[in-house]
Design a protein around this ligand. Sequence first.
Ligand SMILES: [Zn+2]
Ligand SMILES: [Zn+2]
Length: 187
Amino acid sequence: MPKHSPSTLDPRSPLVLDTRDLPRRPGALREVQRVVPAPADLGVELIGVPEGADLDLDLRLQSVSEGVLVSGTITGPIRGECGRCLREINESMAVTIQELYAYENSTTDATTDEDEVGRMQGDLIDLEPALRDALVLTLPTNPLCREDCPGLCPECGVHWDDLPADHSHQQIDPRWAGLSQLTRTEE
Ligand SMILES: [Zn+2]
Ligand SMILES: [Zn+2]
């Protein structure tokens, strides 16, 4: 579990939202629409958002009594490898975010665990942990190029799509065929 990050947020960081122009009055709203570069290692082992790819933020920031509620969607490309045939997967993903970020020194800040409710640093909100959590839930643990991908022939490594229906490795190699002839004569 990620504990309190001691690092100070950088307002210029692509996934840090600055709420300076959002009045701290419950109900106040700001829309955030922007495209930012994806951070490194956004995803799971076999599939994820390539570093630097365009992440499309379409978010709504709403002041509530104890902090800021961030909701909306983040979309971007995902790239990976089919778990059965290793073909490249190029898709896009959309994750829905709905997170409350408590003001520093608010009651929520004092009475909740950081794993339950996000924290603001001054006027800044770090979206990255919420995005990572949401994305990991969205991504398939066993990505496939298509639902019914038949995978590769275990003998020759060719995709079953590219092989004739009767493809098999049952026939005996001519060299071994000769050898089996030999064995038979010895008997
Ligand atoms: Zn596949
Ligand atoms: Zn084969």
